[in-house]
Design a binder for this molecule. Sequence first.
Ligand code: ATP
Length: 404
Amino acid sequence: MAVSDVINVDEIRVRIEPLLIELADEEVDVFISPGTPAMQVAWYLAQSTLGLSIRLFQTTAAKLSADGKPKLKESVVQQSTVPIAAIIKEKQVGRPAQPDFLLTDSLKSIYDRAFKVAQTDDVRCLIQGASGTGKERLARSLHDQSVRRNQPFIAVNCSSLTDSLLESRLFGHRKGAFTGATENAVGLFEAAKGGTLFLDEIGDISPFMQQSLLRVLQEREISRVGETSSRKVDVRVIAATHQNLRQRCRDGLFRWDLFYRLSVVELTLPTLAEQGVDEKRALITFLLKAKAKVFRRKKPLTLDKTVWALLENYLFPGNVRELENLIESLYVFCTDQVSFADLPGWLTSPDVNDGSTSFLWSHHERSLIVRTLHYYNGNKAKAQRALGYGSINTLVRKMEEYGV
Ligand SMILES: Nc1ncnc2c1ncn2[C@@H]1O[C@H](COP(=O)(O)OP(=O)(O)OP(=O)(O)O)[C@@H](O)[C@H]1O
């Protein structure tokens, strides 16, 4: 294990933790006396945050022991053993406040696991979950809690691009590599240097792209399209999918070797329906408050009993995004109290909740996009924020998809 700076606690920790995670199922004894104080602090921090079965041992100098011989003693980790500066940093850095986000009970354990993964730099993680369950959100939180937090976080939706576009988008290209390549272009792997690249909808990439990606993950280097030489890249890759990727591997549609490269840890987000009524209620209350701020209202909107009942029973196939969009649209059209008559037809008409909702959801999403763009006079950046999409690209992609 090599570190470039022996007093950099963060760096030492990033090196230590993958080793410990690999040994997670075993009891590990660590002898911490040698090394710098920073090295010792890093072990303490790793021990206290990873929650693994690690015992730390130190030696007592011969001159300090009664019989004049050096002694080995177990070092019990208490916060008081760790220098206060390190603890303060740990707290600030470890869990940044996410004021517009509600950690429901079902999400807590997933975010806790993501936090542990974030403390390592080498462990790749695959996020699974239906559309709108918060995959990008989780990936961003993982990035924000990692040592890469001050470097870029770049998200790309792999399903929205053809092979050749995705290839040049990810790896860049050389001028003249293909018709239209009028300049050299840096790809996202290079743009995300030192940071995180979030590959959404990874399950949709073609066998050709699977092969290219596998090579990049193995070699940690890319070649721009049209170049023969390769360049080293230092990027953490987080992949996500709404599909059952194991099943796709079994069906021969996705390479097992790439699957294993991407999914050292799997994090699966629950649908809104799986989160249960109490959590759904908490989320609705939370979003009503959060959006009151966005729409500069003094008080959050209140919902009639009938509206509550309907929202609690509706399945929300578009998950949190659909709920969030619905609440946004209520703010656009209501001033204080929301009654049944204020709800959109797709929600109140009796045949909506019959399971064949994906068409209806897309229909609804399209109309929300149109209305939101209209509300913000065509300003895409504002509409994107109001609609809750992670990036303008998502809005543009959906506009194309729905022919807006
Ligand atoms: N627990 C939560 N509290 C508040 N907002 C949430 C929560 N979970 C998700 N959201 C919001 O829901 C929206 C959708 O989340 P996100 O884009 O991360 O989902 P996704 O699974 O990546 O969606 P897609 O599969 O469609 O790309 C975002 O605006 C996000 O902030």
